[in-house]
Design a protein around this ligand. Structure first.
Ligand SMILES: [Zn+2]
Length: 127
């Protein structure tokens, strides 16, 4: 089976590292910073802090969708596993049947260890 090229894997690796950082607590650091800066004064509660709107990039929204699909601890374990598979050159292949996982699926769930078929058979939460 043909491995994914390093240049192909890199964006997924970056997504996984970002996700992992956020699950480990960087999320709350960002959230606290936003809350504390908007909490001063309190006279204009209707004003939307502009720096929060600035954070709303496409990737940011996509990441939130991913986080909602699974419990945080489970996701973190799967992210670690995916990063290990990247290092071992096995990323992009199903751990169950060794079949190739479509890139469209990896873009949605970059840490999934299973192809669509196996995920549904295993009743995998990431499906
Ligand atoms: Zn499979």
């Amino acid at each position: 089976m043909a491995k994914m090229k390093k240049t192909e894997v890199r964006p997924f690796k970056e997504m996984l590292i970002q996700l992992r950082a956020r699950l480990r607590g960087d999320v709350s650091t960002l959230a606290n910073a936003a809350l504390s800066s908007s909490g001063s004064g309190g006279s204009s509660s209707s004003a939307v802090p502009s720096h929060i709107a600035d954070m709303g990039s496409d990737t940011y929204e996509q990441d939130n969708t991913i986080l909602l699909m699974n419990s945080e601890g489970e996701t973190l374990t799967q992210i670690e596993g995916a990063l290990e598979r990247i290092e071992g050159g096995l990323y992009g292949f199903c751990t169950e049947c060794s079949g190739k996982i479509p890139k469209t699926r990896l873009k949605t769930i970059p840490y999934t260890p299973h192809c669509v078929k196996c995920a549904s058979e295993l009743e995998d939460d990431t499906y």
